[in-house]
Design a protein around this ligand. Structure first.
Ligand code: HEC
Length: 458
């Protein structure tokens, strides 16, 4: 299969080509990005406010999760140097995809362009001038805690009672199981989770799982993630997630004490397809590349583990999310793809001592080169950039852990660490969301991607 069909125009192969051209033109000196309107005086009202509105204020406003508001000039001015440092280091906004490799088009990507970072830098270096108040865009109205951003749910699953979070102490990670009383299998069309107004400042993130108890085995299936600023998950048309009769919802909360006792309340909203309706595609979110034999020796960093998961049918991958604990360091996800000819037949090597093995190609989908335990982020691919993979593709997840003293959040570098559920144990896998398509549709989608890519190249 031609590589181009995997990616759209900003994918890996093109990136490399652009880098090579830049290198040729500049003789190796890659020019630094310039602020958007270099030459003009960069001001808060004209240049900085639009950036803060798009990428920061959802968290940095009164009553939201971040420690300070970045709405007015008075709010922002004392933080100017710190803002410059954080955005230049790409630590804020939270978005940790490696920009040099892999897919770069996502839904809801809040990250700053190089120009925006240069604009903030130029503004701070010029003494952080306010500028003309008339230049500022109107303030953004953010959704209130009572608003469902996906629209009204058909089913609301609420915690039975608030969880009382003490005013101080370490972060807490309660698990709460709720029975929504579902008596028939249904398909979910959209899902959203939200804390109530009082809990907004303390819910750092939260997940829900669909939990089924059968044959005394508890099976969990990742449903949804709440992270500040996230929209509901509204599945592509004709795509749904199955929720089986009798499923219980498990809320997994990450709570951050805030100086006063807070009754934490989180709700899950579901929009459902009509009873009896089966959507064309069933979206699955599952662990991939698990390595449950983890051993991370005391004091060591860059300890690598690898895990592999086979896709048995052609698939479209819609999202990925690294799942590591406090000692997580980095993760990459790649697809090992059987190569096919124009008709979609798998290409094989000439028969050798191991038989006629298929030709495989490794392609990095994405890397998260630095893991921050505070930020469990889901990276949702833009629809036109979501990888379309043939049957027989192996998803390979490489993970690195850091158990050294230099990791500030390391609970104890003197201990060997193994796999386990507790936060002080470790895990190594990625949540991957995907749906299977049939062979005919696979071929049609590859052809459409290739046509698009060759149009882009003209
Ligand atoms: C998804 C929520 C979110 C977004 C979006 C976000 N921040 Fe933050 N920011 C936080 C939180 C929470 C903290 C506190 C530290 C932590 O948990 O990482 C923080 C910390 C900071 C700090 C350090 C504060 C200190 O105490 O030194 C700076 C500076 C900052 N953010 C600037 C920004 C800027 C500038 C943007 C936009 C370009 C931005 N942030 C976007 C949530 C966010």
């Amino acid at each position: 299969m031609p590589l181009g069909s995997l990616f759209d125009s900003r994918g890996l192969p093109r990136l490399l080509a652009v880098a090579a051209v830049l290198f040729a033109v500049t003789g190796g000196q890659v020019a630094l990005a310039q602020p958007a309107d270099a030459g003009h005086d960069v001001t808060f009202t004209k240049d900085v406010v639009p950036i803060l509105q798009r990428s920061c204020q959802i968290c940095h406003r009164p009553g939201a999760i971040a420690p300070m508001s970045l709405v007015t000039y008075e709010d922002v001015r004392p933080w100017a140097r710190s803002i410059k440092r954080y955005v230049e280091a790409r630590e804020m906004p939270p978005w940790y995809i490696d920009r040099r490799i892999g897919i770069q088009e996502f839904k809801d990507d809040p990250s700053l362009t190089d120009e925006e970072i240069a604009t903030i830098g130029a503004w701070v270096d010029a003494g952080a001038p306010r500028g003309n108040p008339a230049d500022a865009p109107p303030p953004v109205e953010f959704p209130g805690p009572e608003d469902w951003r996906m629209g009204e749910p058909d089913l609301i699953v609420a915690m039975p009672e608030p969880y009382m979070l003490p005013p101080d102490g370490p972060d807490q990670f309660p698990n709460i199981i709720v029975d929504p009383g579902l008596t028939e299998d249904r398909y979910i069309k959209a899902v959203e989770m939200k804390p109530d107004a009082r809990s907004l400042e303390v819910v750092h993130h939260a997940t829900t799982h669909m939990t089924v108890f059968d044959d005394d085995i508890t099976r969990g299936n990742f449903l949804n993630e709440y992270a500040v600023g996230k929209n509901g998950d509204i599945f592509d048309d004709g795509t749904g997630r199955l929720i089986k009769a009798g499923t219980k919802i498990r809320f997994g909360l990450h709570l951050h004490p805030y100086g006063e006792e807070i009754p934490v309340m989180v709700k899950l909203g579901l929009q459902l397809y009509p009873s009896g309706y089966e959507p064309k595609y069933t979206l699955i979110s599952q662990h991939m590349g698990d390595d449950d034999d983890l051993l991370i020796p005391a004091g060591q960093h860059s300890v690598r583990t690898d895990g592999y998961t086979l896709l048995t049918e052609p698939a479209v991958v819609t999202a990925f999310q690294p799942h590591l604990h406090t000692r997580g360091q980095a993760q990459c996800i790649e697809a090992i793809i059987p190569q096919t000819d124009e008709e979609g037949n798998v290409l094989k090597r000439a028969p050798g001592p191991y038989g006629a093995a298929p030709l495989m190609e490794q392609v990095t989908l994405n890397c998260v080169p630095k893991w921050y335990f505070n930020w469990h982020l889901v990276y949702n691919y833009a629809e036109h950039a979501a990888p379309v993979l043939p049957a027989g593709t192996v998803i390979h997840v490489s993970t690195w852990h850091d158990n050294s003293e230099s990791l500030r959040v390391n609970p104890d570098p003197r201990n060997n660490v193994v796999y386990g559920q507790r936060t002080i144990d470790e895990m190594s896998f990625a949540w991957v969301s995907y749906y299977y398509i049939d062979e005919a549709e696979y071929k049609a989608r590859v052809a459409a991607r290739n046509a698009r890519n060759s149009n882009d190249q003209q």
